[in-house]
Every structure is written in structure tokens, then in C-alpha cells.
Design a protein around this ligand. Sequence first.
Ligand code: XMP
Length: 513
Amino acid sequence: MKNQLVIVLDFGGQYNQLIARRVRECGVYCEVKPYTTPLDELKARNPIGIIFTGGPNSVYLENAPKVDPEIFTWGVPILGICYGCQLMAQTLGGEVTAAQEDSAREYGKTHTYYDISCRIFKGLPAEGISWMSHGDYMAKVPEGFALTAHTDACPNVAIADEARGFYGVQYHPEVNHTENGVKMIRNFLYEVCGAKGDWSMQDYCQTAVAQIREKVGNGKVLLALSGGVDSSVAAALLAEAVGDQLTCVFVDHGLMRKNEGDEVEAAFSKWKFHFVRVDAEARFLGKLAGVSEPEKKRKIIGEEFIRVFEEEAKKIGRVDFLVQGTIYPDVIESGAGDAEVIKSHHNVGGLPDYVDFKEIIEPLRLLFKDEVRQLGRELGLPEYLVMRQPFPGPGLAIRIIGEITKEKADLLRDADAIFREEIANAGLEYSINQYFAVLTDTRSVGVMGDGRTYDYTLALRGVTTTDFMTADWARIPYEVLDKVSVRIVNEVKGINRIVYDITSKPPATIEWE
Ligand code: XMP
């Protein structure tokens, strides 16, 4: 391996992959390893630095995860975050206890003061907000360490032994809420570990291609392509790796946006894999006829999708590998446990149970959305595919309230296309995270020319969000809304009234169904 390496030692915290992602963002190759990895194994990899992650435990409990104390005599720089900081303090002779007073137990955004002579705070402001989440307190700091940050409530939120290259922070520099957090990680990498910044997405791409080639050998690979960002990038990566051993099946359920099916076909039919577009509009609309209940629509589409995919897979014959475009946030969300099902979100891009194959390949499993986009660019995908906004698997079926017909789908497609065009004309397409039109089942009276109309009401929805779990309604300028409204009622026959949805999530959801 030609790249410098940083190891993130995982103690079970919720932001571990986010730390890895921040290190990659700083141009340094990084791997996450369980805290149980033997020291010899870590040493054999010759990392330039190690980061201990946070974790849910308290270091003073009997079964709390520990490290081999020899890690501290090896000579490699270490940054401990939250639990990692406390573990370092305790192992080196400090003392960690449950915070006695509520004041030393800190959660959330906390005003913090930094000693900027410390190398990890070099060049940064002397105070700012940090994101805390700890109930324990370093009652005694180990010998050789200086206190390098404090808050109003807590004297020791960061410690450093500059001579040995050991740093600990009680807060989470990896989350966005910590001002300059990524710069602190960058300082650890560049000022302390001597990073050169020799890693890029191009390296990731080359490594992933080599790994896929090795795994697949001369096996056959199948991928369900939806035209969304994740499956498109996965397809491009697999194409690069195993070319004509790959078949991509694009099931067009007839509920795509305007021209979308043709765009997907145009973008992918030139690639050197086998591209199969299944025109299943009639089949899906047939199954959906007369159905208006949202969950039932989703179920029908999910099941029908499997059937179609299965039939195509059979035509190909024996498949060895099935590719899924799962990305890291999907991994976290699906592990979320007992959360109540609000909507049975399924991504129709990947439903492997019914297809006979040897193994699943998930080449994007450790990447965050913007890294997936970066990888897509690296692989030469067009910008409109790489930057595409999310589109739900069941497509327009959940944006047509009530029963679905082809006529309604066409109405919605035309109106939605105008909305998207005007948002792009206003230069807002990347500042609003998701925006679309919804065809309601309400009709109202209007007047056009001298005549009465009795047509559908169309709702416009636009949201800003980073994680799609919560969202705010987008403050689209009135002039833009006005233009969209005028154009739609003039150009789309059958719609005579436009409303804009001004509810956030929660209490509403992003989609209407
Ligand atoms: P909600 O409506 O739950 O949507 O606030 C959150 C995000 O998920 C998308 N969404 C889906 N994606 N299959 C998908 O692949 C689905 O069934 C589905 N339902 C909602 C939605 O577009 C938004 O980005």
C-alpha cells in the first residue's frame, strides 16, 4: 500500500464511520478496526496515527472495552475522542468518574475555550461551539498531560501530551455542530502525524476496482439500476471493474419523472455492460388500478418489482453476484432497531431474497452520499446523474394521491417537469434538497377565459435537509413560485390551482404518502 494510513480504533460509538470519513476528507487513507484488533496487527500496518473513537461505555466499569497499554509505548500519535479520551486518560494513570454534578455532565452544543498553542488547535479561533455528549468526567489528568480546552462548567475538556503526540477531546470534533472540528482533525493529521495528503477518491476507486475484480473472477454479476445516484455509481464502478460480466436491469415501472426512463437508458446503454430496460408500465398500472391506500401501493410496487426482476434474472441464467448500492447512511438507518414504521420505505433498487445468487457485493457500503457523488464523477458519470435529487422507489405512485391512472401520471409528470425547470432556471437546484409536485385528489372550481373549470389542485413541495430524517420547507422566492404557478395552469390542462406545502418534517413527512 503506497498511501499513508490512519487507523480509527472502534469502541462502539455512533460516529465512527463519520470520523473515518473526516480523515478521508482531509486527504488521508483510513481504516476502521475493532478495538480488539491485536497490537501486533496494528503495528504491522505501520499507521502514521491512531484515533480512538467514542463509545457507549464508562471506562471504569468492569467490562468496558480496553486497549493494550503497550499501544502508548509504541511511539505512534494518538487522538482520543470522548470515550477514547477517557480511556487514554485512565490507562495512563488519570482518573475518570461519573460526573458528580450535573454541571460537569455535558450534552449538546457547548461554548468551549481552547489553548491555541496546542498543535491540534493551531491557527483556529480561541473559542467556539463544540458538541458534547458525555456523562463522565476526567477527575485527574495523567502525568505529562496539559489541559488544553475548557468550558464554563468543566475545566478539562481537552488534554494533550505534546511530547508523546497524545491528544484527547471530550467533545466530538467529527460532527458538524463542532465549529472547526474537521480542522482540529486535520491539525492532528498534518501537524502531529506528518500526513502528506496522499489519498484521493481516485485511489479509492482504483482499490475498489481491484478488490471487485479479485472477488468476482469470471463470475456473472447482476445489478438493479434505478437511475438514482447510488445504483448509478455502483453500476459505473462495476462496469469499470468487470465490464461485460455485468448486466444492469432497469425496471421502468411507468412511474418515473418526465423523460427519466429515456435519460437513464441514454446514459447507460453506451457503457460496456449489458443494459436491459424492461418496459413494465402496463403491468404496474394494471396491478395498481383502483388502489388508493399508500401502504398498499408501496407493497404492490415492491412485490411487482421483485417479480419483474426475477424474470429478467432467469433469462440471464446463473448469476454469481448481486450488486446493491447500499450506502453508509442506509446501514445506520436499517440498524435503527425498534423504531416505529412510519412508511415501509423500501428501495426497489435491491431486493435479493428471490434471486438465486452466491453473494452480495455492496461497493458503496462505507461511503457517505457526497463521497458517492465524488466517486461517480471520478468514474465519468454525467453531472445530472451524480447530483440527482432523491426519488422514492415507488416513484410517482406516492405523489398521486388516491387512485393512479396513466392520465394522472402524465399530468403530474408535465407539472413536475415545469417546477423542476423553473427551480433550475432560478439557480436553486442544489440549494433545495428535494422538490417535486404532488397531484392531489381534490378538484376545485376555477375560471379560465370566460369558462368555468373544475380541475385538480397540484401541490408543490420543496425541502431543505441534510439527512432527510428531519426537514424544513424551502423558502422558495415568491417570484419563482409565481412563475411556476402561472406556467403550470397555462400549460398543463387539467390543473387549475396550485398550492405550496409549508409544513416541516416532523410533523409532516417529505412525501405526501
Ligand atoms: P419521507 O416521506 O419519509 O421521505 O419523509 C424521506 C426520504 O425518503 C424518500 N422515500 C423513499 N425512498 N423508497 C425509497 O427509496 C420509498 O418507499 C420511499 N418513501 C420515501 C423520500 O423521497 C425522501 O427523500
